[in-house]
Design a protein around this ligand. Structure first.
Ligand SMILES: Cc1cc2nc3c(=O)[nH]c(=O)nc-3n(C[C@H](O)[C@H](O)[C@H](O)COP(=O)(O)O)c2cc1C
Length: 355
């Protein structure tokens, strides 16, 4: 897949995930074969005002490339200024492309006419992308949903409007705003959008296994596939998806030892990236995902919420690893079930909306 001059070495990208897809998470995904990654959504207002908390979301490591920064906002002038600011960054800090959030369903975002609310206002949506592409030296893309609700599904018109305004690719989460994360994603509409435009279309929604990823490519004709929740506690999903896509091989799921080893490494990366206090806090949810499905994991999930320091957290993970290795040889050797929290979509109620 190609977006502008960016050539991806496979069609499988990590989706933007507010509160989750920070630099350590993105690095783990890239190491395991994600062809590209996107930041958490970043406020265009905060960026233009130079707010330190917002600028923090723009930091990344070279190994994460190709990387897109996802902006959200509804003011075409501010979105253009934010685009200019990103393009003017020194090359080492400049992302490879800029994505616009047109799918966030949370109230704090849609009340400001941003996120999924843009799907109700195609003139504004077009104006935003046009103003951005006019000033951008980087490819501009957008990530949308199918529409606002079942009665106003307009993804084909949205994709055409984006293409007309100069967007170089569109990613489609195959649900409406009203559906949030419920029910099943409607992949067939990704196919309809693909047939309506010439720019690359990236499908997204409910890809949980290598078979799902290849089926999405084959049944919709889309150019790329974005994986979100399937990567929670399971960066290896990208390796498995690639192996299946490249040679039809179904790789084994990671063992408990691999999961806990990755958890310890993830913790180390987070400490280096954001310091011990934030790392301890952030790591709790990741631990819950890494241990999901392992013996006595509910006890570990409970314990991790009471850890106050990095040392306590690392000690807990090491003790659990030893316990599994010595006491429960079968549980230790068995691959862990997939960590995809199908019943636990957990879109955070806009902790990121103020960025
Ligand atoms: C915790 C969480 C945070 C998310 N944050 C964003 C975001 O910042 N920007 C965005 O475009 N989509 C966001 N999404 C939506 C995902 O990128 C993706 O479209 C959705 O999870 C469906 O894909 P999946 O079934 O592979 O998870 C988020 C989803 C979740 C679960």
């Amino acid at each position: 897949m190609r977006i502008g001059d960016i050539l991806f070495d496979s069609p499988f990208l990590l989706a933007p995930l507010a509160g989750v897809s920070d630099s350590p998470f993105r690095r783990l995904a890239r190491e395991q074969g994600a062809a590209g990654v996107v930041t958490e959504m970043v406020s265009s207002d905060g960026l233009v005002r130079g707010q330190p908390a917002t600028l923090e979301y723009l930091r990344f490591e070279p190994v994460e490339r190709p990387i897109g920064v996802q902006l959200f906002g509804a003011d075409p002038g501010v979105m253009a200024d934010a685009t200019r600011a990103l393009c003017a960054l020194p090359s080492a800090e400049r992302p490879d492309w800029i994505d616009v959030n047109m799918g966030c369903p949370v109230r704090k975002v849609v009340n400001r006419r941003a996120g999924a609310a843009l799907l109700n206002d195609l003139p504004l949506l077009s104006e935003i992308v046009r103003r951005m592409t006019q000033v951008s030296t980087l490819p501009v893309t957008a990530k949308t949903r199918l529409g606002w609700d079942g009665g106003s599904s307009n993804v084909v018109e949205v994709a055409r409007a984006l293409e007309g305004a100069g967007a170089q690719a569109v990613a489609i989460h195959a649900r409406t705003r009203a559906e949030k994360f419920g029910g099943e994603a409607h992949w067939e509409l990704i196919g309809e959008a693909k047939r309506a435009v010439g720019i690359p279309v990236i499908g997204n929604g409910d890809v949980r296994t290598p078979e799902d990823a290849v089926r999405m490519l084959e049944t919709t004709g889309c150019d790329g596939v974005m994986l979100g929740r399937a990567a929670f506690g399971d960066p290896w999903i990208f390796r498995r998806v690639r192996a299946f896509w490249e040679r039809g091989e179904l790789l084994p799921l990671p063992t408990a030892a691999e999961r806990l080893g990755a958890g310890l490494r993830h913790l180390r990366l987070l400490v280096e990236w954001s310091g011990p206090a934030a790392a301890t806090r952030e790591m709790r949810k990741h631990v819950a995902w890494y241990v999901k499905g392992l013996p006595h994991s509910s006890r570990v999930r409970e314990q991790v919420n009471h850890t106050r320091t990095v040392d306590e957290l690392a000690t807990l993970l090491r003790a659990y690893l030893e316990e599994l290795a010595s006491g429960e040889p079968e549980g230790f050797a068995e691959p862990a079930p997939s960590a995809v929290p199908a019943d636990d979509p957990a879109f955070p109620e806009a902790p990121h909306a103020a960025r």
